[in-house]
Ligand binder design. Structure first.
Ligand code: GLC
Length: 740
């Protein structure tokens, strides 16, 4: 035994020694490199420009096809030593893999030609639901749909493929995932979040960062970029980049945990929130960017600004009287790299601030160290020759498309199914209507081939719309796209009508809305009403990135299916689910409100139920967080919760009592009856997705650390729930009297 013991100890200490020494070797290399850099070169490493700045044409009006401008390359690298380039060029569009590799090769060659420091340029891009700016790549559901799968393995697989295809495009840095929690449904980027719940969002964060960065960082991984730190997603008005007011306790309870999880997983970079938090633009906030992010959370990676946000301290937030003040404010607050992105004033002003002694060069060294370390982590030295990128045989492959199919199939959420009107029987005559019936853009959403995803010119030619997938799978003779006029004049009626309702693809400020209610054309409404009057089942198919109010349409419908923003692989799994080839297993990652004035969250407080006493509805969403139906039925029994050491050991028995195989998301909630701060009426603490054949039982075992059952106190410190705690899974409950 002691031989084995000795071997284990030796192995571990070698591993530990190896790790520490590898780290110290890297640190030494960084220090050596840093010492060789001039002040201009250090400033250059802290600056990032948009691809459009290097291309023929005007800013945001890049000549198409895109080609690099030699004079602009020389200006950027010889004069300003710029260290990073991003995206596809403001206002530009997706490119082929080959074109990306050529462009990035040329940029690297220009950098080598015009600089003496030998540090490669680091290219960054938004690949937020696949490598969405590379033509032919695999696109997945937007994050809100990935959260609706409640399947971290699928999210990890999607992230791994996204990393593979982004690296195959010669790009090692991905401005993803969005870790902002989705609790403001009006917000235009709600679809880019993992929904409203911390437990679910943390699990998806873990899956995504692990998928992007892997365990051993190589040429199939990308540097993740957790964004947008901190408190971006909760604008009081619902409009993007407008004031956010969040108390510190709520900030720590709801908005910080996903970032803490990403930092625990060593996410390599972070993007800063463009907006203001409690009156202070985050790009100017030392307490957020240094005291919290660095000193408290221990983040060691690169913090990049968001688009033009140094300048916006002067131009928009009006906290800096000049651009020079803005640069000083942002750098001293703690930014590492400025996504400038359209000029070189940042470079000139920062140089001047250091030369005038207003910013010590040692402050720049802190950021340049992080940037150099990141570039070495990414192995950029080896990437200079994109010929090495000739591999990646799986790029855009059917096997990757299959993963996307499964992700969509497991995300789609069956919200309502009156009289089991779904699944449809093959051969049923079906009419299809609605704005999302025949559009890839409604399936993809923003960040798809172009920033807003509204330009059909770059849609992939071989991907199917909903109508095409229905007709290809279930017969053109059975599936007919109809106009509302046709529907109202018809004398013969179909077995069902699908109403496919989407939102115009958009994000950020262009995606702002004034009303959470969504309206459909009056003639559509009249047609649906007349079809309902004739007992034709209306099936509402939602392609929405945020829970728009659809209560009146819900009343018109026998079934409601939420497909979120599924991506260009989404039409076929949607069609297969409607016809029963896929048994729905998606669950809502957010509370679906019944009315615009009733924005509540499932983890509501007791006071949000009070108005029941006065005849109002209290907490009464249209559909609850975690809700989703199946074509089969599941029964729960025998729930037990046992505190063992610092963990709740939870078991619940589940049976598929229906006649078809299906997946169930076992969700465990708790309520801390009395707490130092007002307790949520229910809070998710664990979940597991299981697959059961008809009649099959499963014992689902979950372990929940005491620290995951609790809250943040008024003293801003986490506390563990104690006293009476009620745990619930399905209709099963267990009440503990617990002392942690
Ligand atoms: C945008 C977004 C950010 C994105 C960046 C680069 O303004 O806020 O999420 O990564 O610019 O495209």
């Amino acid at each position: 035994m002691n031989f084995v013991f000795r071997t284990i100890i030796t192995g571990c200490s070698f591993f530990l020694f190896y790790t520490i020494s590898a780290q110290s070797i890297l640190d030494e290399q960084v220090e050596k490199r840093l010492k060789t850099l001039t002040l201009e070169e250090k400033v250059g490493q802290m600056s990032q420009i948009d691809l459009g700045v290097l291309a023929v044409g005007k800013i945001c009006e890049v000549a198409d096809p895109i080609r690099l401008d030699t004079a602009k390359l020389r200006l950027a690298f010889q004069r300003y030593k710029v260290g990073s380039v991003l995206n596809c060029g403001c206002g530009f569009h997706a490119l082929s893999r080959k074109r990306w590799l050529e462009l990035i090769d040329s940029i690297q060659e220009a950098n080598t030609r015009y600089t003496a420091h030998g540090i490669p340029v680091m290219y960054g891009i938004d690949a937020i639901h696949g490598a969405n700016y590379t033509l032919g790549s695999t696109l997945f559901p937007q994050q809100i749909g990935q959260a609706a799968t409640w399947n971290p393995d699928l999210v990890k697989a999607a992230a791994r493929i996204t990393a593979y295809e982004t690296r195959a495009s010669g790009i090692p840095w991905n401005f993803s995932p969005v870790l902002d929690i989705g609790r403001q449904p009006l917000w235009s980027r709600f679809f880019e979040t993992y929904g409203e719940d911390v437990c679910l969002a943390k699990k998806m964060t873990n899956a995504c960062i692990s998928g992007y960065q892997g365990n051993n960082f190589g040429n199939e991984q990308v540097a993740a970029c957790m964004k947008h730190f901190l408190g971006y997603s909760y604008p009081f008005s619902g409009k993007d980049r407008t004031p956010v007011w969040i108390g510190e306790r709520e900030l720590r309870a709801y908005f910080l945990p996903t970032f803490q999880e990403a930092i625990r997983l060593k996410a390599k970079t972070l993007m800063i929130n463009s907006g203001e938090l409690n009156g202070v633009p985050v790009h100017a906030s030392y307490p957020i960017l240094t005291t919290l992010l660095r000193d408290e959370l221990g983040f060691e990676g690169v913090a990049v600004t968001d688009w033009e946000d140094v300048y916006k301290l002067h131009t928009t937030h009006k906290v800096a009287e000049t651009l020079r003040d803005a640069v000083k404010m942002a750098v001293m607050a703690g930014i590492d790299m400025s996504m400038t992105p359209n000029d070189f004033q940042f470079n000139e002003l920062l140089l001047d601030l250091v030369n005038s002694g207003e910013i010590p060069e040692s402050r720049l060294d802190m950021s340049v160290r992080r940037i150099l370390k990141l570039k070495m982590d990414l192995g950029l030295d080896n990437m200079a020759n994109s010929k090495m990128q000739a591999g990646y045989p799986l790029f855009g492959s059917d096997s990757f498309a299959r993963v996307a199919y499964n992700a969509v199939g497991e995300s789609i959420t069956l919200l309502k199914n009156e009289g089991d009107v779904l699944p449809l029987s093959p051969g049923t005559k079906v009419w299809v209507m609605g704005n999302a019936t025949n559009s890839l853009n409604y399936l993809n959403g923003a960040w798809s081939q172009t920033w807003l995803g509204q330009d059909a010119r770059f849609n992939e030619p071989n991907k199917m719309t909903i109508l095409q997938a229905l007709q290809a799978g279930y017969g053109k003779e059975n599936v007919l796209e109809v106009t509302p006029q046709f529907a109202r004049k018809a004398k013969r009626f179909p077995g069902a009508v699908l109403y496919c309702l989407g939102e115009t693809p958009a994000t950020e400020i262009p995606g702002n809305i004034d009303d959470l209610a969504i309206t459909i054309p009056e003639e559509d409404r009249k047609a649906l009403e007349s079809l309902k009057a004739r007992k034709v089942p209306v099936i509402l198919v939602l392609l929405l990135g945020r829970p728009r109010i659809i209560t009146d349409l819900d009343k018109l419908s026998r079934a409601v299916v939420h497909a979120y923003i599924p991506g260009q692989e989404g039409a076929k799994p949607l069609a297969d689910l409607l016809y029963g080839k896929i048994n729905p297993s998606g669950r809502l990652p957010f509370t679906y409100p019944r009315s615009s004035g009733d924005i509540v969250h499932y983890d509501h407080k007791r006071t949000e139920d009070n108005d029941i006493n006065f005849g109002s509805s209290g907490y009464n969403p249209l559909y609850d967080f975690g809700h989703g139906l199946s074509y089969t039925r599941f029964d729960y029994w025998g729930m037990s919760v046992k505190p063992v050491n610092d963990t709740f050991v939870i078991q619940v028995l589940v049976r598929n009592t229906g006649s078809i195989e299906g997946k169930e998301v076992v969700q465990v909630y708790y309520r801390d009856e009395y707490a130092p701060v007002t307790p949520a009426q229910k809070k998710l603490c664990a979940f597991a997705k299981i697959n059961l054949k008809p009649g099959q039982d499963a014992a689902v075992n979950l372990k929940v650390p005491f620290s995951d059952v609790g809250d943040i106190g008024a003293d801003m410190k986490p506390f563990k729930a104690s006293g009476t705690i009620v745990f619930r899974a399905g209709h099963q409950t267990v009440t503990l009297n617990h002392k942690p």
